[in-house]
Design a protein. Structure first.
Lengths: 258, 259, 243
């Protein structure tokens, strides 16, 4: 847990203070200094337009983390409500809601995302929408399971007995008691969203240039891999470290909660 | 020589003393009851005989051998051969994925024939059929009988029973009690932990009363119930006598409430 | 006050409650005896409409309230409450004692405060800020009783409210029920497999077996000279351990 938090904090600090320290803008072009290896001028090297890699990674961190957290937050809200209602009411409502979820889950994800993005055009908004298309489903399933377990607890019956409304019971009694697994799932959704965004950017469907997320940087780095390896290594390293950190935190939370 | 001697047994949980300097003996073939309120330490004491939990000090001498000082390998042998334990909740004590038969003969404790014979002995009808069944296919009372069979199939010298009848209906309690009496007649020594004085009165020859980690009174059953000497025992007896003739108008149900 | 007619509960092909009919008058203490599997807990929950019944009618003060829309149902729910068996799951683990008691009080605009109800069940008001896991089983059960009393119900259904407690705590909680009855006079429907507790508390007794009422009558008479062989069996087993 501590390792995870430490890495995450380090990444965040670097992401926020980095550009100020380096003095470059993320899209500052230096055509005479293309593809410089890491050194005094460019701490982690420069890319084929002479832009400072370090600064671009820092901005990339902001984008990737923001997308990751935002997508996870959307998944949380949709998934919790969907799974909560399905689990609490059971029967036909449950069958209907989870049936829809199952169908959505079985569709070819990338294909649908491509169609969406082609239709909506690139940008942060469309990216978030596409990431949230099916990201909420695992959360919904977990929440549904928890709710089904909890709704037979006697304190729920007691609340029904003194006349609490189903909304109150679901939101005030049941969901707070399901927080443990919800939290763990959340901390796993974030890295998976970051990774998904990296994937989409990698294939060119993500944030348009000159902004760059880690995925875009990695994608650019792959082309230059043989001659200018730093352009691949550093963005990839940051991505791996951050996803690793989140996974460690999720593990620790799972141990703490169960 | 007594079968079991417990000397100055103290058990701490999270640095808090739960069992404090407990001493008692069990003679061969006796059935002794250990009673007290929830939280007094009786289960912890019983558990220490089989698998100590928490920080344990003192001596537990089974036929002269100190159980607390034995290496784990020796303890496993002792547990298999000389000790048996049954608990309150039969459902969680049985592995739901194994048939009854498998669990009885597990680890080579008994052969299939011995296991079958024992199932019959504890009064399970159609033992051959039950042998192949899973725990959830049996009723609560039957499960408790199976647990009894599992504990006794290796013919241990001492059976530790931790509230085995508490979760059962009264008619089942009667049957389990009678079963235990039968086994006792064959030479089994029983330590019976319970908060139900009615069951203890029927089953045990001697009763030990535990309060807040200490044994405050030990006496033969009849004497304890007729003429208890310790004030706590007297209070306990008063509290279990539901059919009291006292009028109840002004009873506030006030009891010293401890956190 | 409470009239139950031909109540049936089916789980698929298994009939848990089989054509039960009985009445409870205001202020009466009625016991329901039976072993596990007799359907008594299912019956208790159906009376409070915590479980839907398959067929039959439940009348409270002359109204068949279980079929009313939620808003009207709520005013009936206020009049009957339940004390459950398991003190470990009948209180929301994330609510403080104060929050647990506040909800029913606020929902029905009651004047009393949580502190007042804690006093009624002989618990110190310092418990208000504590969580259920910090209390013992007996203390939790007292809180559950306080919660049930918050709406000042006319009917209190106790579903094996003593069974999860040790015998000594059972005595105190039983005495608490007696005190509550003499103070507030609710009708009490006491469901239990413990004939001793039923003998102490109830005036009238219904004996259930496999979903049916096989005998009913005044408690003292029933326990002294039971007529049905099953009742005789239960009483005999009870006396085996009696003091």
């Amino acid at each position: 847990m501590k390792l995870g938090l430490a890495i995450l904090c380090a990444v965040l600090i670097i992401a926020w203070t980095g550009p100020t320290l380096s003095g470059y803008a993320f899209d500052e072009i230096h055509l005479q200094l293309q593809n410089t290896p890491p050194g005094a001028k460019f701490w982690l090297g420069s890319d084929d337009l002479g832009r400072d890699l370090f600064t671009r990674i820092c901005y990339g961190a902001r984008i990737s983390l923001f997308v990751g957290v935002a997508a996870a937050a959307i998944d949380l809200v949709i998934g919790t409500l969907w799974g909560g209602v399905a689990g609490y009411f059971g029967g036909r409502i449950d069958a209907l809601l989870m049936g829809i979820a199952d169908i959505l889950f079985s569709l070819p994800y990338l294909l649908i995302v491509i169609l969406f993005l082609v239709y909506l055009g690139p940008g942060m908004g469309s990216l978030l929408i596409s990431l949230s298309l099916i990201g909420w489903i695992p959360m919904a399933r977990i929440v549904r399971g928890q709710v089904m377990q909890l709704k037979n607890q006697e304190f729920v019956y007691a609340a029904i007995a003194y006349g609490a409304t189903p909304q109150r019971i679901l939101l005030g009694h049941i969901l707070p008691n399901a927080l443990g697994p919800i939290l763990v799932t959340l901390t796993l959704t974030i890295p998976s969203a970051i990774f998904a965004e990296a994937l989409l950017s990698f294939v060119g469907l993500g944030i348009p240039p000159p902004s760059a997320s880690w995925g875009t940087l990695i994608s650019e780095g792959i082309w230059a891999m043989s001659y200018y390896p730093w352009r691949l290594i550093f963005p990839a390293l940051f991505l791996i470290a951050t996803v690793f950190a989140f996974n460690r935190i999720a593990e620790a939370l799972r141990h703490a909660v169960t | 020589m007594p079968l079991l001697e417990v000397k100055k047994l103290s058990i701490h949980l999270n640095d808090r003393p739960i069992v404090k300097q407990v001493n008692f003996e069990l003679a061969r073939g006796e059935c002794v009851g250990l009673v007290g309120e929830s939280g007094c330490g009786k289960s912890l004491t019983a558990q220490a005989l089989i698998y100590p939990f928490g920080k344990v000090q003192g001596e537990i001498l089974l036929e002269g051998v100190d159980l607390l000082k034995q290496p784990e390998a020796k303890m496993q042998q002792l547990r298999r051969q000389s000790l048996g334990m049954i608990y309150q909740e039969p459902l969680t004590a049985l592995n739901p994925l194994l048939t009854i038969g498998r669990q009885l003969i597990e680890g080579g404790r008994a052969t299939a024939e011995q296991a079958l014979a024992f199932l019959k002995k504890v009064g399970i009808p159609e033992p051959e059929r039950r042998f192949k069944q899973y725990p959830h296919e049996l009723s609560g009372g039957q499960r408790q009988r199976v647990l009894l069979a599992m504990a006794l199939v290796t013919k241990p010298k001492l059976l530790i029973a931790d509230e085995p009848t508490t979760a059962l209906d009264v008619s089942l309690q009667v049957e389990i009690c009678q079963l235990l009496k039968d086994f006792q007649r064959e030479g089994l020594t029983i330590l019976f932990i319970s908060h139900d004085l009615g069951v203890v009165k029927q089953l045990c020859q001697r009763v030990m009363v535990m309060q807040a980690g200490q044994i405050v009174e030990t006496a033969p059953t009849e004497q304890l119930f007729k003429a208890p000497s310790h004030p706590y025992t007297q209070q306990l007896l008063q509290w279990t006598n539901f059919t009291t003739t006292e009028p109840t108008e002004n009873t506030e149900g006030m009891h010293v409430v401890r956190l | 006050m409470l009239i139950v007619e031909e109540l049936i509960k089916d789980y698929g092909s298994h009939r848990a409650v089989d054509q039960i009919s009985f009445k409870v008058t205001p202020g009466e203490i009625v016991g329901i005896a039976g072993e596990s599997g007799s359907g008594k807990s299912t019956l208790g929950r159906m009376l409070l409409n915590l479980l839907p019944h398959t067929s039959g009618k439940i009348f409270f003060e002359g109204v068949e309230w279980t079929h009313l829309p939620p808003a009207e149902k709520r005013s009936f729910r206020r009049k009957m409450q339940m004390v459950f068996q398991d003190p470990y799951s009948s209180l929301n683990p994330r609510f403080t004692i104060e929050q647990t008691l506040e909800e029913p009080l606020a929902l029905h605009d009651m004047q009393e405060t949580p502190a007042e109800w804690l006093e009624q069940v002989a618990l110190p008001t310092s418990f208000l800020k504590h969580y259920p896991h910090e209390l013992s089983g007996g203390q939790r059960q007292r809180v559950a009783i306080a919660r049930a009393l918050c709406t000042k119900p006319q009917l209190l259904v106790c579903d094996e409210a003593l069974s999860a407690l040790d015998k000594f705590t059972q005595y105190h909680i039983l005495k608490l029920f007696e005190a509550i009855h003499s103070r507030y006079h609710p009708a009490i429907l006491f469901i239990s497999h413990d004939l001793g507790a039923l003998e102490q508390l109830t005036e009238r007794l219904l004996v259930m077996k496999k979903g049916q009422i096989i005998e009913e009558g005044a408690t003292a008479r029933l326990l002294k000279s039971p007529e049905h062989p099953y009742t005789q069996q239960l009483v005999a087993a009870h006396h085996f351990f009696a003091r």
